[in-house]
Ligand binder design. Structure first.
Ligand SMILES: Cc1ncc(COP(=O)(O)O)c(C=O)c1O
Length: 367
């Protein structure tokens, strides 16, 4: 067979179940999904208008450089257009970084558990993935810094983290960055930035100017901007770093509808702030309900909550699914007994809480 041997160790990413699949398989009509940290408010109406306007031109290749979006983002973030690399989702920016930096046998440091794409994409590159356990459901940045060796090429930091929702504050991240040598790529994944920003959350763009560090900050239009289906995200870095990621990028990796939608979405601050308000207020409601149920959860800086059911979480998942609510069961992440649900519309969250309550009552506690 022609396949590379090391691909035997690669397990493809398993996404949350799609709504249509659950409808089909369980014969249900009314199914909601709180499993992939999507935006329940949809997206900015301006983005939809921009897509409609651009549809007649889909016979043309997209602008490979995302020129207009690049200009707008640069202006918004006070950076130069050369600071950006765009991806087919921020997932692709992760892959581009590994592609540009990592040779077979190099070490890549990730937390355990965390967003699975870091280790999957590293294994595809035949890198050696060094997993550093979380400490109290938070990244152990001290241990991650200590794990750096002469073979380390990259360290991935999800901030906030998925699936815990916890985050490293600015003092913690400053201390970590201080310890990183320039030869190590520090990939700061801020997919949930718009939900997390403010207070003691790090202003990480300050790191990218540092000549003595190699930092890429990745963000996405999939979450707060509500454009997950279009696949568009970006990396921010010093121009010479962005240039290396651009060298390994396919020429037309970001489609034309995604580009115009992202540009319009960027202008709609009101949509993003409504999304954030919904998440903040519903999170408080859900925390209170979970406390009333006597269930532990990890306080979240983003739009999902990791919950310790204290029970067989696959049974909880099945029960909740049978009532038409899709969530994530977390034992494949090594989080036995845990589920993750993302904040939906108020009525969706109420429905989750109701069926979760029933599940808790019908499945024995294992505590
Ligand atoms: C931490 C983290 N990073 C990156 C992504 C990928 O986002 P996208 O490829 O849609 O930009 C996700 C999606 O769930 C995520 O949770």
């Amino acid at each position: 067979m022609p396949w590379k041997k090391h691909l035997n160790d690669v397990t493809p990413y398993k996404p949350g179940k799609p709504i249509e699949e659950v409808k089909r398989e369980l014969g249900l009509e009314d199914v909601i999904k709180l499993a992939s940290n999507e935006n329940p408010l949809g997206c900015s109406p301006g983005a939809i208008e921009a897509i409609k306007k651009a549809v007649p031109d889909i016979n043309r290749y997209p602008d490979g450089g995302c020129h207009y979006l690049r200009q707008d983002l640069a202006a918004k973030l006070g950076l130069s257009p050369e600071n950006f690399v765009f991806g087919n989702g921020s997932d692709e920016v992760i892959v581009l970084a590994l592609h540009a930096a990592v040779d077979p046998g190099d070490e890549v440091i990730v937390a355990d558990p965390t967003f699975a794409v870091y280790s999957i994409a590293s294994k595809v590159k035949n890198a050696k993935v060094i997993k550093v356990p979380l400490k109290d459901f938070k990244y152990d940045l001290e241990a991650m810094a200590e794990a750096v060796t002469g073979r380390t090429k990259a360290v991935f930091i999800a901030n906030p983290d998925n699936p815990t929702g916890s985050y490293a504050n600015s003092g913690e991240l400053d201390a970590f960055i201080e310890k990183m040598p320039k030869r190590v790529l520090v990939f700061l994944d801020e997919a949930y930035y718009e939900f997390a920003r403010g207070g003691d959350y790090p202003e990480s763009l300050k790191y990218i100017d540092r000549e003595d560090r190699t930092v890429v900050v990745a963000r996405t239009f999939s979450k707060a901007y509500g454009l997950a289906g279009l696949r568009i995200g970006y990396g921010v870095a010093r121009p010479e770093i962005a240039d290396f990621l651009n060298r390994v990028r396919e020429p037309f990796n970001v489609n034309s509808l995604a580009q115009v939608a992202a540009k319009a979405a960027l202008d709609d601050e009101d949509f993003v702030s409504r999304s954030r308000q919904l998440v903040d207020s519903e999170k408080e409601k859900i925390y209170k309900a979970l406390k009333d149920l006597g269930v532990e959860y990890i306080p979240s800086r983003t739009n999902f909550i990791l919950i310790n059911t204290g029970r067989d979480s696959s049974r909880i998942f099945e029960h909740v699914l049978s009532k038409g609510v899709i969530i994530r069961e977390m034992s494949p992440w090594g989080l036995k007994g845990f589920i993750r649900m993302n904040i939906g519309l108020p009525e969706e969250n109420d429905r989750f809480l109701q069926v979760f309550k029933e599940a808790l009552a019908s499945i024995p506690s294992e505590k």
